[in-house]
Design a protein around this ligand. Sequence first.
Ligand code: PEP
Ligand code: MN
Length: 338
Amino acid sequence: MIIVLRSGASEQEIEEVARRLRIMGFGVHISRGVERTIIGAIGDERKANIEEKIGVLPFVEKVVPILTPYKLSSREFRGQDTVIEVGGVRIGGGKITIMAGPCAVESEEQIVYTAQKVKEAGGHILRGGAFKPRTSPYSFQGLGKEGLKLLAKAREETGLPVVTEALGIEELELVAEYADIIQIGARNMQNFRLLEAVGKLRKPVLLKRGMMSTIEELLMSAEYILAQGNYQVILCERGIRTFEPSTRNTLDLSSVPIIKKQSHLPVVVDPSHGTGRSDLVIPMSLAAIVAGADGLLVEVHPNPIEALSDGPQSITPEMFAELVNHLRRILPVLGKEL
Ligand code: PEP
Ligand code: MN
């Protein structure tokens, strides 16, 4: 349920509604808009009559059920786009944010050089995995803590905030110490204990769509994080498995306008994992932005042929600069900017 307060409701009145809801056993989530404050009451609505106990208060305008299974992630709960700020970079709300970097951190030289190139071309956030979810246990698993330290070094050198993945609860605290944004990968999208754990942090989370998950399941996973009080969630479309063998995944770009309609959370698109092919990264990046994405997550490697992971889908710094230049040309048409 959402409780819409009359405009101009005081802090005391907001607290009174919150207090009553807590007594009734609801989780309380307050969203302060420009016009009005909305309170989300999350819990089993069948047990309590909110209308009778809260709807009657003079400063309550209306009590409305949220029809979607996800509540706090829905547009009904929050009409305006959520904008997430990290290290001076804004994600969502009309700006296009570009996150780029190698699949995995491999060495100081590799990550610092890539970060410099990403920054030079106009990228905003550095990506790079220190803990890698690899299909084979014999593949390069990432540098672990050493990788996190190298990311911090690259951040120091360039000023770019860092997004990096936490594979499990065990290393979450460590990753949170170094990362500006914590990535939850496709394979962990429904690791509910991990989602709850990042929900307890107060750090932005990049939540990737599971390769076999529906849009609704993605939003339900975001809900796990928001329900714990962490509202800084960025969703990422990274392609889903289909029968089509020409690409590693099928990049479902129709999910972008669908999510933007259903949710206030920012959405970025990962054309690298979405296609598995470096030659498709530029066209699909442009398509993603035209479809309404708030940003991109792109794999860039100084020497893709020698990359320890995901070389075939990694673009060179030169191609990355070309991508940003293409974007600069189309963004004015869309009324957006980098
Ligand atoms: C990644 O971004 O490095 C990654 C492993 O992606 P995904 O979880 O989408 O496969
Ligand atoms: Mn990768």
